[in-house]
Design a protein around this ligand. Structure first.
Ligand SMILES: C[S@@+](CC[C@H](N)C(=O)[O-])C[C@H]1O[C@@H](n2cnc3c(N)ncnc32)[C@H](O)[C@@H]1O
Length: 380
């Protein structure tokens, strides 16, 4: 393996498959380290000067940059390679699951029966899937979060291994760095915060759920998602890792948990994949679920507010080319205003600008170097 923790639910590649994954991983890292920054050089050296000459002013926003950058051969080359390498990630994992799927299913059955860590799984076969989850293969992952709806491990396993390659291991060996970063943002503001009941919303495979149990061992930790197949995998994964978490299939817009029953309601990268109507409903539901003194904490993709026009343009690649169909909403959203409309008092909401280095415990993961993650905090 290449740094990902080789836990029992990770699909086991044969030698040639591992070599293919290593190639895809190296290509992605090369793109991120060299080719993506090359867009900036191209922009400053030839795109911006040509724009200024033609318009008598500098590009003011990402739309200005798009109008010229999309015709540039370097950008076209980079964009095509970015798309093809994204597809190659999933292809390189799918082939492994083809031959390792039976083992993964057997391991999951065993873990779900024995529950060595003592966690649980509660499914709701009647839950309706929101259309914003099922409409597209988000990140180009075949089958997206829901797959064909069966109980097999293939979809979760594809996500777990594919995510590691996708982000170049930036979130650490267990793909779990985001919750550590979010906890760092919380602790920077509320150093004594010690939640006893924690809800992780939109938990997928539970990679950002298990850290909450490690950070707060005395707390009850619950992860929710709409996807049965992801939750089955999350349960097996957490049990395999020895971390007791309870997973529940429910919709974050209207859960069936009791009002005022959580100290912390958190999410990592959920909000940008929900619709304009769902997002305020989720914020309102977070508020309903919190006890007095409890905390809502969301971490999500960088917003374009405050970014330079070229940074904002490059950020929007995901929306146009990677089936991130709703991300444009949150990129330009006044999140505190949306929270207020969803019922949060103005003084309870903050959108801290967290300097990544130093203040945030991400165990030196590379994710901390990313600029401008979006944080939204709400105190009940
Ligand atoms: C980008 S993934 C979250 C990733 C994960 N939290 C992490 O840290 O890696 C978004 C997840 O949210 C789930 N989701 C989307 N809308 C939801 C909703 N209304 N209620 C519950 N889960 C939802 C999707 O099924 C998907 O698994």
């Amino acid at each position: 393996m290449d740094g990902q923790l080789n836990h029992v639910m990770v699909p086991k590649a044969k030698q040639d498959e591992a070599a293919r994954q290593a190639f895809v991983g190296a290509l992605r890292k090369h793109m991120q380290g060299s080719l993506t920054p090359g867009n900036q050089a191209v922009y400053h050296e030839r795109i911006k000067p040509a724009f200024v000459e033609a318009h008598g002013r500098e590009p003011a926003n990402r739309q200005d940059v798009a109008s010229v950058m999309k015709a540039d051969p370097y950008y076209q080359f980079w964009s095509a390679l970015q798309r093809v390498s994204q597809q190659a990630i999933w292809d390189s994992v799918t082939d492994v699951i083809e031959h390792d799927g039976d083992r993964l299913n057997a391991e999951a059955d065993m873990l779900a029966t024995k529950k060595p860590a003592g966690g649980s799984l509660s499914l709701n076969p009647n839950l309706a899937m929101p259309s914003y989850v099922t409409a597209a293969d988000i990140h180009l992952m075949p089958g997206s979060y829901v797959g064909d709806g069966n109980a097999e491990m293939r979809q979760g396993s594809l996500y777990d291994r594919g995510l590691y390659l996708y982000i170049g291991g930036q979130c650490g060996p267990e793909n779990d760095g985001l919750s550590y970063m979010l906890n760092g943002a919380i602790k920077a503001r509320f150093p004594d915060f010690a939640p006893k009941r924690i809800l992780d919303v939109g938990c997928t495979i539970g990679n950002s759920t298990t850290p909450w149990k490690k950070l707060y061992p005395d707390a009850e930790v619950i992860g929710i998602d709409v996807s049965e197949t992801m939750l089955r995998y999350a349960h097996a994964r957490a049990e395999g890792l020895g971390v007791p978490v309870n997973f529940v299939q429910t919709n974050a817009e209207f859960t069936e948990f009791e009002a005022g029953s959580f100290d912390l309601v958190a999410s990592c990268l959920l909000l940008h994949e929900t619709s304009a109507s769902a997002l305020p409903r989720i914020l309102a539901e977070c508020r309903r679920l919190l006890r007095p003194g409890g905390l809502m904490a969301h971490l999500d993709v960088p917003q374009v507010l405050g970014l330079s026009p070229i940074q904002a343009f490059l950020t929007s690649w995901e929306e146009e080319n990677n089936n991130e169909n709703f991300a444009h909403l949150i990129r330009e959203m006044d999140l505190p205003a949306v929270a207020r409309e969803a019922g949060w008092p103005a003084e309870a909401i903050s959108q801290p600008n967290i300097p990544m280095a130093g203040a945030v415990d991400v165990r030196n993961y590379d994710a901390s170097r990313q600029l401008a993650w979006t944080f939204l905090l709400g105190t009940a």
